[in-house]
Design a protein. Sequence first.
Length: 351
Amino acid sequence: MTRVNTLTRIAATTAMGLGVASSVHAGVATLAYHHVSTETPPSTTTSPSLFRDQLALIEELGVEPLSLTPERVQKTLDGGYAESQRVALTFDDAYESVYTEAWPLLKEKGIPVTVFVLSGSVGDNGYMTWDELREMAEHDLVTIGNHSLDHGTMLQRPDESAEEHAQRIALELDRGAERIEEKIGVETELYAHPYGEFSEPVLQALEERGWYGFAQHSGVIGEHSHPGAMPRFAVADAYGGIDTLGDKLQARNFPVDRTNLPDPVINNDNPPLLDMTVPEGWDSGRLSCFASGEGMMELESETVANGVRIQARAQNPIEARRSRYNCTYPAGNGRFYWLSQPWFNPEAPEG
């Protein structure tokens, strides 16, 4: 395979300009929120002032907010929004600040929202109550999703058999959904993975139930997304604030089938290898891939029958519980195709 280093990439980009790749592949840029506050951890917190600025930018850019009903999620996966970008707002855990800070503003502006409920914590200090959730659920702008019963990892633990793991997955998925239905009368088909962590057994469990799954790696949902692990952009204060939101809102669904990408759970191959085939005609010199904590990676490229095979690997083993490789490719007019490959290290501490 041909090695594509930084100098080659810069030279190719300069020589070829910023031409548009073969297809638009717009979709739904889904934003992942937790708290809207000034008093909670920056990694999961969006300040009220930043939240207002983000809503203003969405309006300024003319990106239409979309309600994540199961029907619209399926339409997105079928490529139904490939020609015109949409945005969806989601909140994980159902913290009290969603009700007190975010919801009044969203309701005033008529912006739909999805709340993924951590059902085992509803009513606890800092979380919404069932009455508040019921009130929101009765509004046309609100979709309720399941975020498990207790937010524990869904990866297989070292001391857990495959059968025990499957039983725990079923318990978390079903008990969470049952409690939501029991308390507020909502039967949901949407699920957000705790910590964004998922594996093949979890994806299989979602498929068996006919549910859609949302993770926490970056990217735009579209026809190439996996229905059990759809990407969402983190938009907390710690992730760039307003400065990077425009790029996220206008990003494009990366045209590589997610079902053909590596299993995100790291086993013996660490650092893990990203091996993917991008569309025919793509110039590997214009593809940029970054490893968390390391920066730009060198790429190996090879022309194959159905496109260009790309391989990328970080220089050092991944020690963190969660990491990722992010890849972008110019889509014209300052937009980028955006792919994030998550990696989960089950040997690192949970949480």
